[in-house]
Design a protein around this ligand. Sequence first.
Ligand code: PRP
Length: 190
Amino acid sequence: MREDKGMDAADMGTDLQQVLISREEIESRLDDMAEKIDADYAGKDLLLVGVLKGAVYVMADLSRRLRRSAPMDWMAVSSYGSGTKSSGVVRILKDLDTDLTGRHVLIVEDIIDSGLTLSWLLGNLTSRGAASVRIATLLRKPEAVKVEVDVTYVGFDIPNEFVVGYGLDYAESYRNLPFIATLRPEVYGG
Ligand code: PRP
Protein backbone atom coordinates (compact mmCIF):
# COMPACT_ATOMS: atom_id res chain seq x y z
CA MET A 1 0.00 0.00 0.00
CA ARG A 2 1.14 3.47 -0.77
CA GLU A 3 1.91 5.57 2.25
CA ASP A 4 -0.45 8.46 2.97
CA LYS A 5 2.20 11.06 2.31
CA GLY A 6 1.15 12.65 -0.96
CA MET A 7 3.43 14.82 -3.00
CA ASP A 8 6.42 16.57 -1.64
CA ALA A 9 8.21 19.59 -3.02
CA ALA A 10 10.59 17.40 -5.03
CA ASP A 11 7.67 15.92 -6.98
CA MET A 12 6.88 19.39 -8.32
CA GLY A 13 10.22 19.70 -10.08
CA THR A 14 11.17 23.35 -10.26
CA ASP A 15 7.64 24.81 -10.20
CA LEU A 16 7.67 25.68 -6.52
CA GLN A 17 9.48 28.64 -5.07
CA GLN A 18 9.04 28.08 -1.36
CA VAL A 19 7.01 25.97 1.03
CA LEU A 20 5.20 28.56 3.17
CA ILE A 21 3.27 26.26 5.48
CA SER A 22 4.19 22.61 5.93
CA ARG A 23 1.80 19.72 6.19
CA GLU A 24 2.69 19.32 9.88
CA GLU A 25 1.97 23.00 10.59
CA ILE A 26 -1.42 22.76 8.84
CA GLU A 27 -2.35 19.64 10.79
CA SER A 28 -1.38 21.14 14.11
CA ARG A 29 -3.33 24.34 13.42
CA LEU A 30 -6.39 22.36 12.35
CA ASP A 31 -6.21 20.55 15.71
CA ASP A 32 -6.45 23.93 17.49
CA MET A 33 -9.27 25.17 15.27
CA ALA A 34 -11.28 21.97 15.76
CA GLU A 35 -10.87 22.18 19.52
CA LYS A 36 -12.22 25.75 19.54
CA ILE A 37 -15.12 24.85 17.25
CA ASP A 38 -16.03 21.88 19.46
CA ALA A 39 -16.09 24.13 22.51
CA ASP A 40 -17.98 27.00 20.85
CA TYR A 41 -20.70 24.82 19.35
CA ALA A 42 -21.18 22.47 22.31
CA GLY A 43 -24.85 21.62 22.56
CA LYS A 44 -25.64 23.34 19.26
CA ASP A 45 -26.71 21.85 15.97
CA LEU A 46 -23.81 22.67 13.64
CA LEU A 47 -23.89 22.66 9.83
CA LEU A 48 -20.61 22.96 7.94
CA VAL A 49 -20.86 24.73 4.58
CA GLY A 50 -17.92 24.31 2.21
CA VAL A 51 -17.21 26.49 -0.80
CA LEU A 52 -16.06 24.48 -3.80
CA LYS A 53 -13.54 23.66 -4.90
CA GLY A 54 -10.72 24.94 -2.74
CA ALA A 55 -12.30 24.10 0.61
CA VAL A 56 -12.45 20.36 -0.06
CA TYR A 57 -9.23 19.57 1.80
CA VAL A 58 -9.86 21.89 4.75
CA MET A 59 -13.38 20.52 5.11
CA ALA A 60 -12.19 16.91 5.07
CA ASP A 61 -9.36 17.43 7.53
CA LEU A 62 -11.11 19.89 9.86
CA SER A 63 -14.40 17.98 10.07
CA ARG A 64 -12.59 14.73 10.88
CA ARG A 65 -11.02 16.42 13.89
CA LEU A 66 -14.37 17.44 15.41
CA ARG A 67 -15.56 15.26 18.27
CA ARG A 68 -19.19 15.60 17.34
CA SER A 69 -21.49 14.99 14.45
CA ALA A 70 -21.19 17.77 11.89
CA PRO A 71 -23.25 17.45 8.72
CA MET A 72 -21.83 19.24 5.68
CA ASP A 73 -23.22 20.88 2.59
CA TRP A 74 -21.53 22.59 -0.35
CA MET A 75 -21.89 25.66 -2.52
CA ALA A 76 -20.10 26.64 -5.69
CA VAL A 77 -19.94 30.34 -6.48
CA SER A 78 -18.36 32.50 -9.12
CA SER A 79 -17.83 36.20 -9.60
CA TYR A 80 -19.76 37.94 -12.33
CA GLY A 81 -18.00 39.62 -15.19
CA SER A 82 -14.38 39.46 -16.15
CA GLY A 83 -13.42 36.55 -13.96
CA THR A 84 -11.65 38.77 -11.48
CA LYS A 85 -13.09 38.71 -8.01
CA SER A 86 -13.05 42.44 -7.55
CA SER A 87 -16.64 43.08 -8.56
CA GLY A 88 -18.02 41.56 -5.37
CA VAL A 89 -21.04 40.35 -7.32
CA VAL A 90 -21.33 36.62 -6.89
CA ARG A 91 -23.27 34.07 -8.90
CA ILE A 92 -24.36 30.77 -7.36
CA LEU A 93 -23.27 27.83 -9.54
CA LYS A 94 -24.37 25.18 -7.07
CA ASP A 95 -26.64 25.99 -4.18
CA LEU A 96 -27.06 24.25 -0.84
CA ASP A 97 -29.38 21.28 -0.50
CA THR A 98 -30.12 22.22 3.10
CA ASP A 99 -32.74 24.60 4.52
CA LEU A 100 -30.79 26.93 6.81
CA THR A 101 -33.72 28.08 8.91
CA GLY A 102 -32.63 28.01 12.54
CA ARG A 103 -29.30 26.31 11.75
CA HIS A 104 -25.91 27.27 13.15
CA VAL A 105 -23.81 27.54 10.01
CA LEU A 106 -20.03 27.47 9.84
CA ILE A 107 -18.65 28.39 6.42
CA VAL A 108 -15.41 26.50 5.73
CA GLU A 109 -12.96 28.12 3.32
CA ASP A 110 -9.42 27.61 2.14
CA ILE A 111 -8.59 31.31 1.77
CA ILE A 112 -9.94 34.82 2.23
CA ASP A 113 -8.25 37.10 -0.23
CA SER A 114 -10.14 40.33 -0.96
CA GLY A 115 -12.96 39.25 1.35
CA LEU A 116 -15.58 39.91 -1.32
CA THR A 117 -16.75 36.31 -1.72
CA LEU A 118 -17.11 35.72 2.01
CA SER A 119 -18.73 39.06 2.65
CA TRP A 120 -21.38 38.23 0.07
CA LEU A 121 -21.81 34.68 1.36
CA LEU A 122 -22.26 35.85 4.94
CA GLY A 123 -25.07 38.13 3.87
CA ASN A 124 -26.65 35.54 1.62
CA LEU A 125 -26.66 32.72 4.17
CA THR A 126 -27.78 34.99 7.01
CA SER A 127 -30.75 36.14 4.91
CA ARG A 128 -31.95 32.52 4.69
CA GLY A 129 -32.87 32.53 8.37
CA ALA A 130 -29.82 30.81 9.87
CA ALA A 131 -29.55 31.10 13.65
CA SER A 132 -25.87 32.07 13.21
CA VAL A 133 -23.31 32.22 10.43
CA ARG A 134 -19.58 32.17 11.15
CA ILE A 135 -16.48 31.60 9.06
CA ALA A 136 -13.52 29.26 9.42
CA THR A 137 -10.68 29.72 6.95
CA LEU A 138 -7.29 28.09 6.75
CA LEU A 139 -5.63 31.15 5.20
CA ARG A 140 -6.21 34.89 5.21
CA LYS A 141 -4.31 37.63 3.35
CA PRO A 142 -4.68 40.77 5.49
CA GLU A 143 -2.86 42.93 2.93
CA ALA A 144 -5.30 42.03 0.14
CA VAL A 145 -8.48 42.86 2.00
CA LYS A 146 -10.99 45.06 0.18
CA VAL A 147 -13.86 44.49 2.55
CA GLU A 148 -13.53 43.63 6.23
CA VAL A 149 -15.11 40.30 7.09
CA ASP A 150 -15.58 39.05 10.62
CA VAL A 151 -13.76 35.70 10.63
CA THR A 152 -14.05 33.63 13.78
CA TYR A 153 -11.50 30.89 13.04
CA VAL A 154 -8.30 31.67 11.08
CA GLY A 155 -5.53 29.16 10.48
CA PHE A 156 -2.77 31.43 9.22
CA ASP A 157 -2.38 35.03 8.09
CA ILE A 158 -0.11 35.03 5.05
CA PRO A 159 1.56 37.69 2.89
CA ASN A 160 -0.14 38.88 -0.28
CA GLU A 161 1.58 36.35 -2.53
CA PHE A 162 0.20 33.85 -5.01
CA VAL A 163 -0.01 30.54 -3.16
CA VAL A 164 -0.99 27.02 -4.18
CA GLY A 165 -1.61 23.70 -2.49
CA TYR A 166 -4.01 22.21 0.03
CA GLY A 167 -6.97 23.10 -2.19
CA LEU A 168 -5.55 26.23 -3.82
CA ASP A 169 -4.88 25.98 -7.53
CA TYR A 170 -3.20 27.61 -10.43
CA ALA A 171 -5.18 26.72 -13.57
CA GLU A 172 -6.64 23.74 -11.65
CA SER A 173 -3.19 22.28 -10.86
CA TYR A 174 -1.42 21.99 -7.50
CA ARG A 175 -4.61 21.62 -5.41
CA ASN A 176 -3.50 18.19 -4.16
CA LEU A 177 -0.21 19.34 -2.70
CA PRO A 178 -0.40 18.55 1.04
CA PHE A 179 1.21 21.89 1.97
CA ILE A 180 1.00 25.60 1.02
CA ALA A 181 3.68 26.92 -1.32
CA THR A 182 4.51 29.81 -3.58
CA LEU A 183 5.03 29.16 -7.29
CA ARG A 184 7.95 30.47 -9.23
CA PRO A 185 6.62 33.56 -11.06
CA GLU A 186 7.74 32.05 -14.38
CA VAL A 187 5.15 29.29 -13.92
CA TYR A 188 2.18 31.68 -13.88
CA GLY A 189 3.67 34.42 -15.98
CA GLY A 190 4.10 36.76 -13.04
C1 PRP B 1 -11.14 31.24 -3.72
C2 PRP B 1 -11.46 30.88 -2.29
C3 PRP B 1 -12.59 31.80 -1.95
C4 PRP B 1 -12.29 33.03 -2.77
C5 PRP B 1 -11.66 34.06 -1.90
O1 PRP B 1 -11.97 30.53 -4.57
O2 PRP B 1 -11.82 29.53 -2.15
O3 PRP B 1 -13.84 31.26 -2.29
O4 PRP B 1 -11.37 32.65 -3.80
O5 PRP B 1 -11.34 35.21 -2.64
P1 PRP B 1 -11.87 36.67 -2.23
O6 PRP B 1 -11.64 36.81 -0.75
O7 PRP B 1 -11.00 37.59 -3.04
O8 PRP B 1 -13.29 36.77 -2.60
P2 PRP B 1 -11.82 30.53 -6.18
O9 PRP B 1 -12.75 31.56 -6.75
O10 PRP B 1 -10.37 30.64 -6.53
O11 PRP B 1 -12.42 29.14 -6.58
P3 PRP B 1 -11.89 27.64 -6.28
O12 PRP B 1 -12.04 27.43 -4.78
O13 PRP B 1 -12.79 26.77 -7.07
O14 PRP B 1 -10.44 27.58 -6.70
